[in-house]
Design a protein around this ligand. Structure first.
Ligand SMILES: [Zn+2]
Length: 290
């Protein structure tokens, strides 16, 4: 069985937050609201405001559910995250709003989530989907399974996929790059696990040679997922730290057009994929030794 990457049903269970400190703060605020409700004075009989089930902003339409997160607050979180992601990876914030807007659907149950994104996404809590026609994006959508604490921690990862899709009109970005860069938006805990997976793959000889990873769009078995994600996020981080993070998008675009050997020379002064392999591996081992 081949495991094909595509925008929907990304196979990684997704937690988030590297980019989203503000998001985290807002979620903590949600939590403290719940706590303060418990601690509220008995004399406070003001009617509680019902959360918004639907909210529309310049770039997002968020749909929540009865008892779910407030759609307006989630939309505002996304409006804050979108320029942060653009600024970090594109080096500028787009003055244009998305047309079409990005639909965000929050799900209360795994059943509802899987009905929306497909049964193959059982290990995930977030999924993004872009539809393109004639090189133009005609729909953007994110589905998020809300956790038992009311958190939507998959959002920064999924929103990264959606934001960066603007840079690849008519194409899907390479899988290593697309997942590696989105995974950098996950929580530190999640990233530590990916790092362990990467080191494990290196030490057991199960790591993908980078020449293979760079062009990979199918995995032959589910056992390859830990190495794939671990190496992808490690490689994106290595490149993003070698130079300005904004260099990585032009590098990948050039890699698609001319091949990675030429792109490495132009963007990073690295002579070949073989040299990249040595530099990246040394970096992995050095980080592990710390
Ligand atoms: Zn992803």
């Amino acid at each position: 069985m081949a495991y094909k990457f595509h925008f929907g049903n990304r196979p990684l269970p997704i937690l988030a937050n590297g980019l989203g400190l503000l998001l985290l703060a807002l979620y903590l605020a949600f939590g403290s609201e719940a706590c303060s409700a418990v601690a509220a004075k008995p004399t406070d009989t003001r009617p509680k405001q019902r959360p918004n089930l639907v909210a529309t902003t310049s770039n997002f339409v968020v749909r929540s559910y009865d008892g779910g997160p407030d759609a307006a607050e989630i939309a505002q979180v996304c409006e804050t995250l979108r320029p942060q992601i653009q600024n970090k990876w594109l080096g500028k914030v787009s003055a244009d709003s998305w047309k079409p807007t990005c639909g965000i659907v929050l799900h209360a149950t795994k059943g509802s989530y899987l009905r929306a994104v497909g049964p193959g996404a059982g290990q995930t809590s977030g999924s993004s989907l872009i539809n393109q026609q004639s090189g133009r994006i005609v729909s953007r959508r994110i589905d998020v399974l809300v956790d038992q604490h009311g958190r939507t921690t998959a959002l920064p990862h999924e929103l990264t996929h959606i934001v960066l899709a603007d840079y690849f009109p008519g194409k899907q970005p390479p899988a290593w790059f697309d997942e590696g860069i989105a995974t950098l938006a996950d929580s530190e805990e999640k990233l530590a696990r990916h790092n362990r997976d990467c080191c494990h793959a290196v030490h057991t000889g199960t790591a993908f040679p980078l020449i293979e990873l760079l062009t990979l769009d199918n995995l032959s078995s589910a056992e390859q997922f830990p190495a794939f994600y671990g190496q992808s996020v490690s490689l994106v981080r290595f490149l993003a730290e070698r130079d300005e993070p904004t260099k990585i998008l032009p590098f990948v675009k050039l890699g698609i057009e001319t091949g990675y050997a030429e792109a490495l020379r132009t963007s990073y002064g690295i002579e070949s994929v073989g040299q990249l392999q040595r530099l990246w591996l040394n970096n992995v081992l050095a980080l592990q030794a710390r």
